[in-house]
Each structure stands twice: as C-alpha cells, then as structure tokens.
Design a protein around this ligand. Structure first.
Ligand code: SF4
Length: 83
C-alpha cells in the first residue's frame, strides 16, 4: 500500500461515526420515509427530546441513539405508500 492509499484509508476511517446517526436511529421520523438518506430532515421522537420538536437530519446524532430494526423501516415505508 502506498503512502497516498494509506492516507486515504485513514481519512475514510474518520467518517465512520456516521454509522450511528439519526438515519439509522429508532427515534428518527424522516419527512420522506421512502427516499430518506443522510441529508433527509425529520423529527426526533425520542421520549426525552420529543418535547423540543427537534428537526434533525439523517447525518446528525446524539448519545440517545438506538439502532432501528428493518421491520420498523418497512412499517414506516409501507405507511407512506398508503398515504
Ligand atoms: S437526535 Fe438522537 S435520539 Fe434523536 S433521532 Fe437522532 S440519534 Fe436518535
């Protein structure tokens, strides 16, 4: 591996925090559940934070993160398709 490749690999490691962000959090309610990505905005409905009516994006995060299950994503998307 060259020095350039090693530098690139190290810089990519610095963005791995995005694996635990709002987009993959059980409390995230995206405005567009069908096309949600890191730039999607939505509400955080975590019980302690809900009262603040926080608008967060998919790339935001906090220490109350809890990983969403695929079944919840499926339910959100199926609900949007019926709207
Ligand atoms: S702000 Fe925290 S609790 Fe709310 S959706 Fe994002 S990671 Fe989850």
């Amino acid at each position: 591996m060259t020095d350039g490749e090693r530098q690139l690999q190290n810089s990519l490691k610095r963005i791995t925090w995005q694996s635990e962000n709002c987009l993959s959090c059980v409390w995230f309610r995206p405005n567009d559940a069908l096309n949600a990505d890191l730039l999607e905005r939505g509400f955080c409905v975590e019980p302690k934070l809900k009262g603040y009516e926080l608008v967060v994006s998919g790339r935001d995060w906090c220490n109350l993160y809890k990983e969403v299950r695929q079944t919840q994503i499926d339910l959100l998307q199926e609900g949007k398709m019926k709207d």
